[in-house]
Design a protein. Structure first.
Lengths: 644, 1051
């Protein structure tokens, strides 16, 4: 008996000890943050909303914008300095499936993690109704914004990878290995889903049409104008040859036997795209959007030539009440990109001088029209074959090229956008430097001196343009850099234009031409853009100055005109690379020599010798990004893009 | 007072000992002193052979006096733990003997988990190391482990004072968690590797390594990785014994990396540009090269040997240990202190008034006091402290070596002498170039210094109560409480160097002026930057009851155990990490032995860890073992002359590990959410004026995660041959399961943030064999020879590894060693660009592959070189075989020893980026160079002498086609840069002379020994760019060769 009692006591003591032990190991306090905590207060829900936005690719950064360095617009010194080489390596043909460059699928190698972004959007939509202190107005507006983001992230992936898995709802973390093996959906399903989300967002009563009056705090928030413009872009992309009847991808079939790319071209897609463009243009112009012109500045003494230059230069870089920018990414503002684009106009001692690394290629310089508004290869008055000979600037050229100075003929008699967008050796650069705002200044306007030993030339292993051109277009006219130790640098940062009205106009022209062939409507919208650039209409320019005066009258000719117009108007804005892909002409355009002037030379004659910098190659497989190999191993239901 | 009297008595006794006396007839008085290698021995039994009635024991001074019958008597000297000695008396009247510590006695006591066992009854795998074998010419104890201890795989990667710990694993590491090193317990308390490194060998009483489940089951929470168990010395009753040891070491690098001369550097850098880009701009015009060769003006056209400018050839280190012990009936004490002073071999610029060389002083103090409270109660109080006080360069010594290798030898001098415009400045004019943003390693070394101070204070109280007379015979109760406080701070003081560059060089007058590059930003006054601070507190409580009794031939022991431990860190960065770590153990042990022939043992532990969800918080870890002492069987008697001992044992059991995943993964069952993450910020407004941070998840909650478990079993054989050769062989099997690893089935399209979800799904198996042998040969009284050898071979492989279905069998981790590396098979270099075009496509994302680059094998045969072609290459980076052997001997007062250590079956890979000439290489996030400076790699002489070039199209050159940028093709993990890591090193050579006691007794010394030790004297290896043990990144602080002279005195 005593033994039993003893044993029971022992047992009780042990049990007591165990429960005490349990307590001893409970070191975690209650109320530790969990994902649910994000939706208990308005302020934390707002932060969650901002997290959804935070995945928007930082396109103002040349290091992060996949369409900025991947094509043929700009080139860099070798070895590349101070610029991340990831996208430049795509331009150099080094894309690979092991560790893809610009991996937006995974969120690595300079890509934004867009599948994470979509998961965040879904989590937000699932939970935002639980937030107790969130009023109806904000909740519905936020929801519409997140629905738009979800559509946009799907679109961004679609543009890169083609058919993608659609994450309509989040899979639970505990999902079985089979459930998580999702499939890529065919092109049309992807587009229909993206468009349905955009329509859903645009139908929200609480999404504003346009941010007006509250730009200081709200610019960059999603509006109906943005949603409609993006929808136009989505549908034009879907109607384009890359996705519309592209037989190159006939073999892209998944393991259920589904053909992922539609194999017959459907003209109705262009009709649908044109309608969406029209709807977007009508809606935006009704809300006050128009093509931007120079608003004036009292400190400037200018003339008509310079005014026209400023009309063009401010369309992208003016951040205040810019009537043309429909969607600006206010979290990705053009800062460093301006310093990297600028030429050193005066001697400097400070280290915060212009870096001038971003170097437009000679090909881009050649792409701009002549002063007659037609390609220099077609202009009857412009001697294309003699373009590398030298010429001295006269009074007539003095606001474009420094008077009495010698430069290559290629830099003469070009359209205003050439001079507004490109800096070059001996080219006038109005603004951006001390006392450089007066066209009548007795010492004359400052101009770029780019030859060896001069102020803008290569000084060390970095901070120079390898081609001798500079993307002046990206530099706000009020941005200054340190000149002589007295002036501190001041970068006027502007939110990066994701979508502007001129883009929409050109999309509309394109869609109409593809849907119905050339006609008054087609000419009207492209001519609007040309007029702001100081050019005559397409009809007049081609009729009077082109070796092919009827080019605009047939669909193919008009297509070429629209494509060149787009490339010129939207140059350096991260559009051309996507356009080359969707037009399916990248294998033509991106297979050839990349050239720049011989910038190590002191004298004009050897300086203006076009040097081969690289022989670019673009394989057919490069039209779509590769899915990284390790993802394909984990998910056997994914099929790799053709050629990778 | 007491001590001096004792000393006096001893002196008198010693003087009297000189006389000879005979008392009466037939009897004879014999007297003498009994010592061991460290001093006199108290309590040694001395008796006449076969006449145990005639005997005595030695006093506190090791003296004895015995009257023995005349005639052919033989004296026997016996003491537990020592080899019994028999000495024929003959006509001697003074017999001084030295007893040797015994290594194979059956009744030797072995320290095991929470107690001791007789060696003859131990079933678990426990290796004991004699503390004197751990005495090495270094103040870092961890360096003594390689090759000394069977079952430990150890290697040392750096020789920098303060950062020269060896990495070591018990029987190879099978886990892939963050904690792979064994649990280190000193007097029952857990310590870090660095704290083990600081332990003074002279203070160690016992050093055991426990390797299997029976030995470790009770250490459930961490025992899976093995346990190192150390106890410190206690005082012995008797007069105070003082022991002093002083050492001075000269140390120098075992091998320095050789760098190409500056002219070759320039020529080859020019070649590197032209060979890749014929239009490239040459970094060095021919005029610069010519002017440099002609030495027309060494300031304007400098050639700098940065190694010479920044490093000294050798350095001196000192070590001083002092201890005293003694006591009376009520209390005994052991007090020890040590001071080590280690220096680095960096040069000091005496224009500064501070010292920038590495100087690490470590101090330890220890006081162990035993008190006999009552007849059955004893108490023990241990107090100890370890203090590191360091001054050195702002970054580290390794950084200096790394920086030397990343600075151009022809760009600027370390500093310039003032010219006329700088006559009055008193700061150093450091060299730089262009805009002053190059990295000047000399300026970085001399611009300031870092100080850090580490301290560890511990106190421990232990109470033992014998309950034999109160409850039942053989029962006792033991309680112990330990608390430690660790504190650390770092402070940096530095000025901002002024840089100048020679400018306006006039080649006709050969003059230049020094242009200031940063006159505005430099400073000539010292500024201060506070560094890391940390405060840690640990508490451990133990309560155990022991039962130990024999009934005739039956011997029974039992133990019940309860432990709690709490670790708190005062300087953590996140809430989750700031919460204390806690462990609880409830455990027990039972052993039963029959007739000293059959043994069995059962252990169990019930361990709890705060890291897991409630449902998985506790783990149960039992073990069982058996042993058979065959040599104690009757039938074995005839074999005893050959096999003096033969014992077999086997055991199996489970051990747990809760330190899995990474150190930041504190609570797997909780999600880790950052509610205010600037990485997920977005801004609205024209100027981004309305900005909010975002919310991010770095870990999703997972309640299923639990203990990693090892099931291991050991088969051991212990044998003694001819009473001279002791051999222990152990074969060890481990199956570790529930290893935490990333889920491989989650595609990126799932969109999960943060860390990949994990699960206890990994499994690994390891096998190892340890052999330990010991051979003793005596030649007469004063000459002996001892040979020791040990060998460890450990091999492991993944048994389960969650991985996707690969297209090719060679891609699977499963079945491969845990540390296996994958890479491409490098066939040779490409002959030319044409061959590149006609070979399988080899595109790695950032460089165009050309002739002279490495050609990889298309293993999969699909025409593309990609991940699918990576195969397991080489051996694991940690060696699979570690061995050591040595011979030592003594002749009269001379002792000598030589010890060699080696490792085999390991591979390493030369880092193709850190050694790539001319590029700017950074060592990842912890790079010591500031992020805004330009770096430029040096050119290794070996690469300069042997690389592919247009003129020398050697398809098997050491270095491929030169490149002025990081070459993504040649950087791939491949067999091209794979090297054999095996080596054999003469680790230690030792000679000692003990001054005969009669010469020193007048100095009140009982012993005086002078010794010389050489460490890392010579290495045999196939690799010769740097010390092979450093592995792939040999451009850091090299391992050290040392020459030590020491003196050891006892009073």
């Amino acid at each position: 008996m005593r033994r039993i009692i003893k044993n029971i006591t022992l047992l009780l003591a042990l049990t007591g000890m165990l429960s005490a032990c349990e307590k001893y190991l409970d070191v975690v306090p209650d109320s530790i943050a969990t994902i649910e905590s994000a939706f208990t207060l308005r302020t934390s829900a707002e932060r969650y909303l901002f997290s959804c936005f935070s995945y928007l690719p930082g396109n103002a950064s040349f290091n992060d914008n996949p369409a900025f360095n991947s094509g043929d617009e700009v080139w860099y010194m070798d070895p590349i300095r101070d610029v991340d080489a990831t996208y430049h390596n795509i331009a150099r043909g080094l894309q690979n499936a092991d560790n893809p460059l610009g991996n937006f699928w995974a969120g690595s190698t300079r890509g934004s993690a867009l599948f994470q972004a979509i998961r965040k959007c879904n989590t937000f939509l699932e939970n935002v109704d639980k937030v107790p202190d969130l009023n109806e107005y904000e909740r519905e507006r936020w929801k519409a914004e997140v629905i738009f983001l979800k559509a946009y992230y799907h679109f961004y992936l679609f543009r890169m990878y083609g058919p993608i898995p659609l994450t309509k709802e989040n899979l639970p973390i505990s999902a079985s290995p089979e459930e998580v093996k999702v499939y890529r959906e065919p092109v049309d399903s992807c587009i229909n889903y993206i468009v349905s989300l955009l329509d859903q967002a645009a139908s929200s009563d609480l999404m504003p049409d346009r941010i007006s009056g509250t730009e200081n705090a709200e610019l960059g928030r999603i509006t109906k104008c943005i949603v409609k413009a993006v929808k136009a872009k989505v549908l034009v992309t879907a109607a384009s040859p890359l996705f519309n009847g592209n037989i190159t991808y006939a073999s892209l079939v998944d393991n259920k036997g589904r053909q992922l790319f539609p194999q017959t071209e459907d003209r109705a897609k262009w009709v649908r795209a044109a309608e969406a463009c029209k709807d977007a243009i009508d809606f935006c112009t009704a809300k006050g959007y128009s093509l931007s012109t120079f608003a004036g500045n009292t400190g400037y003494t200018i003339n008509d030539t310079i005014r026209q230059q400023l009309d063009i230069r401010t369309a992208v870089t003016n951040k205040f009440n810019n009537p043309e920018i429909i969607w600006a990414n206010t979290d990705s503002r053009a800062g460093d990109i301006q310093r990297f684009s600028m030429a050193n106009l005066a001697p400097f001692t400070s280290t915060s001088n212009a870096k001038s690394i971003i170097a437009p290629t000679i090909k881009m310089a050649e792409l701009y029209y002549s002063k007659n508004g037609v390609p220099i290869t077609e202009d009857t008055d412009w001697d294309f074959n003699d373009r590398f000979a030298l010429r001295t600037a006269t009074d007539a050229d003095q606001f474009y090229v420094a008077k009495g100075q010698e430069t290559v003929k290629l830099n003469f008699d070009r359209e205003p956008r050439f001079y507004a967008s490109l800096g070059f050796d001996r080219g006038i650069w109005f603004g951006n430097w001390i006392n450089n705002y007066n066209v009548y200044a007795p010492t004359g306007l400052l101009y770029v001196k780019g030859r060896a030993g001069e102020t803008a030339a290569r000084q060390g292993i970095s901070n120079y343009s390898i081609t001798g051109y500079y993307p002046k277009k990206l530099v706000n006219i009020e941005t200054t850099v340190a000149a002589d130790g007295n002036i501190t640098s001041n970068t006027v940062q502007y939110p990066w234009p994701e979508l502007r009205l001129a883009d929409l106009y050109l999309l509309y022209s394109e869609a109409l031409n593809e849907a119905h062939g050339p006609g008054e409507d087609v000419y009207y919208w492209i001519n609007q853009v040309r007029a702001r650039a100081g050019l005559k209409s397409v009809e007049e320019s081609w009729s009077l100055h082109s070796k092919d005066p009827v080019k605009y009258q047939n669909k193919l000719g008009m297509r070429a005109i629209i494509q060149q117009e787009r490339s010129i108007e939207l140059m350096f804005e991260g559009q051309r690379y996507w356009d080359l892909l969707r037009w399916k002409i990248a294998h033509v355009e991106l297979n050839g020599p990349v050239r720049g002037w011989d910038i190590t030379q002191k004298d004009a004659i050897p300086y203006y010798n076009p040097m081969l910098l690289f022989n670019q190659r673009f394989d057919l497989r490069n039209y779509l990004w590769p899915i990284q190999i390790s993802e394909l191993r984990v998910n056997k239901n994914l099929v790799q893009n053709t050629g990778w | 007072m007491g001590i001096s009297i004792l000393v006096l008595i001893a002196g008198v006794a010693a003087v009297h000992g000189q006389d000879q006396k005979t008392t009466g007839t037939g009897k004879k008085e014999v007297r003498g002193t009994v010592t061991d290698s460290t001093g006199v021995l108290f309590g040694v039994t001395v008796y006449v052979k076969n006449q145990t009635a005639i005997g005595t024991t030695t006093d506190a001074n090791g003296k004895y006096i015995l009257d023995i019958p005349a005639g052919n008597a033989t004296l026997v000297f016996e003491m537990s733990g020592y080899t019994t000695l028999e000495v024929p008396v003959g006509d001697q009247s003074v017999i001084d003997v030295t007893l040797k510590v015994s290594h194979s006695k059956m009744d030797e006591v072995v320290v095991v988990a929470f107690g001791t066992q007789k060696k003859g009854s131990v079933i678990g795998s426990v290796t004991t190391v004699r503390p004197e074998d751990l005495k090495i010419p270094s103040s870092n104890l961890t360096q003594a482990l390689a090759g000394r201890v069977a079952g430990i795989i150890a290697y040392q990667r750096s020789g920098e004072p303060g950062a020269d710990n060896s990495e070591f694993f018990v029987r190879g590491a099978t886990t892939f968690g963050y904690k792979r090193d064994p649990l280190i317990l000193i007097d029952g308390m857990e310590y870090t590797t660095t704290e083990l490194a600081r332990l003074n060998v002279d203070d160690i009483a016992s050093f055991s390594i426990m390797k299997d489940a029976t030995a470790n089951a009770l250490y459930g929470s961490r025992g899976a990785n093995g346990v190192i168990l150390i106890t410190t010395k206690e005082g012995k009753e008797g007069r105070a014994r003082i022991n002093v040891r002083f050492e001075n070491s000269l140390s120098e690098p075992t091998k320095m990396v050789e760098i190409a001369d500056p002219i070759t550097y320039m020529k080859l850098e020019n070649e590197s540009v032209l060979t890749r880009n014929p239009l490239g701009i040459l970094p060095y015009p021919q005029s610069k090269i010519d002017n440099t060769i002609s030495k027309v003006n060494p300031d304007v056209f400098p050639t700098v040997d940065w190694q010479k400018e920044m490093l000294t050839r050798n350095t001196n280190n000192q070590r001083l240990n002092l201890n005293l012990g003694g006591g009376g009936g009520v209390a005994t004490y052991y007090i020890a202190g040590s001071m080590n002073q280690d220096h680095g071999n960096l040069k000091v610029d005496h224009r500064n008034n501070f010292n920038t060389n590495i100087s690490l002083r470590t101090y330890t103090i220890r006081s162990n006091v035993n008190l006999k409270v009552t007849k059955t109660t004893s108490a023990m109080v241990r107090l100890f402290g370890t203090f590191d006080s360091y001054t050195g360069p702002i970054t580290s010594g390794a950084a200096m070596y790394m920086n030397i290798m990343r600075t151009s030898p022809v760009l600027f001098k370390p500093y310039y002498e003032p010219d006329s415009t700088h006559r009055f400045v008193n700061h150093i004019l450091f060299g730089n170039a262009e805009t002053g943003n190059y990295f000047n390693p000399y300026a970085d070394m001399t611009r300031g210094y870092k100080q850090y101070s580490n301290s560890l204070m511990g106190s421990q109280i232990e109470l033992n109560q014998d309950l034999s007379s109160i409850i039942t015979p053989g029962l006792s109760l033991r309680g112990m409480m330990t608390t430690n406080r660790r504190a650390n701070f770092t402070i940096t003081r530095a000025y901002k160097p002024f840089y100048v560059t020679p400018a306006s060089y006039d080649k006709f007058t050969n003059t230049y002026i020094l242009r200031d590059l940063n006159a505005e930003t430099g400073s000539d006054y010292i500024d201060f930057v506070p560094g890391d601070k940390s405060v840690l507190s640990t508490f451990r409580g133990e309560l155990a009851s022991n039962y130990n009794r024999s009934f005739g031939k039956h011997a029974v022991t039992g133990m019940a155990l309860f432990i709690i431990q709490n670790d708190a860190n005062g300087n953590e960065t996140t809430l989750q990490r700031s919460l204390p770590k806690r462990n609880i153990t409830l455990g027990g042990r039972g052993t039963y032995a029959y007739d000293s022939r059959y043994f069995t043992e059962i252990n169990f532990a019930y361990n709890g860890s705060e890291r897991f969800d409630k449902s998985h918080r506790f783990g149960f870890f039992p073990s069982i073992g058996v042993a058979w002492a065959a040599s104690n069987e009757k039938f074995f008697e005839p074999l005893k002359d050959v096999f003096s001992k033969l014992r077999l044992r086997a055991n199996i059991g489970l051990v747990g590990n809760d330190e899995i995943g990474s150190a930041s993964d504190r609570f797997f069952y909780l999600s880790n959410v950052n509610m205010n993450d600037a990485g997920f910020k977005y801004s609205f407004g024209t100027d981004g004026g309305y900005s909010r941070n975002g919310i991010s998840v770095s870990r999703y909650n997972n309640t299923a995660i639990t203990w990693e478990t090892a099931r291991n079993s050991t088969f051991g054989l212990e044998a003694s041959l001819f009473r001279k050769l002791d051999v222990t062989v152990e074969y060890f099997l481990e199956h570790r399961y529930n290893i935490l690893m990333d889920r491989a089935s989650i595609p990126l399209s799932m969109g999960l943030e943060g860390a990949t979800p994990k699960a206890n799904v990994g499994e690994a198996r390891s096998r190892s064999i340890d052999i330990n042998m010991n051979y003793n040969q005596k030649f007469g009284q004063s000459t002996g020879l001892q040979f020791i050898g040990n060998f460890t071979y450990a091999k492991n492989r993944f048994e389960a590894y969650e991985e996707p279905e690969y297209p090719y069998p060679w891609m699977y981790r499963k079945g491969q060693p845990v540390n296996q590396r994958w890479g491409y098979i490098a066939e040779r270099l490409f002959v030319d660009d044409e061959e590149v075009r006609s070979s399988p496509s080899q595109v790695f994302g950032s460089t165009v592959t050309r002739g002279g680059d490495i050609k990889f094998r298309d293993v999969s045969g699909d025409g593309v070189i990609n991940q699918n072609d990576m195969v397991p290459i080489g051996f694991p980076t940690a060696p699979e075989i570690v061995y050591g052997f040595g011979i030592s001997g003594n002749y009269k007062s001379f002792e000598f020893g030589i010890f060699a250590q080696g490792s085999a079956r390991s591979s390493f890979w030369i880092n193709p980026q850190s050694t790539a000439p001319f590029i700017s290489y950074r060592y990842g996030s912890d790079d010591p160079a500031p992020s805004d400076v330009q770096l430029k790699n040096q050119l290794l002489k070996a690469y300069a002498d042997d690389h592919w070039s247009e003129e020398n199209r050697n398809l098997y050159a050491l270095w491929p086609r030169l490149s002025y940028t990081t070459n993504s093709n040649n950087n791939q993990s491949s067999t091209w840069f794979m090297r054999d890591g095996s080596f054999l090193r003469i680790k230690q050579v030792q000679a000692a002379y003990t001054i005969p006691p009669r010469l020193i007794s007048r100095l009140r010394m009982s012993r005086l020994k002078i010794y010389f030790t050489g460490g890392n004297i010579f290495t045999f290896s196939k690799f010769d760019l740097w010390d092979v043990e450093m592995g792939g990144d040999g451009l850091r602080y090299p391992l050290q060769k040392t020459y030590t002279i020491g003196i050891d005195v006892s009073f």
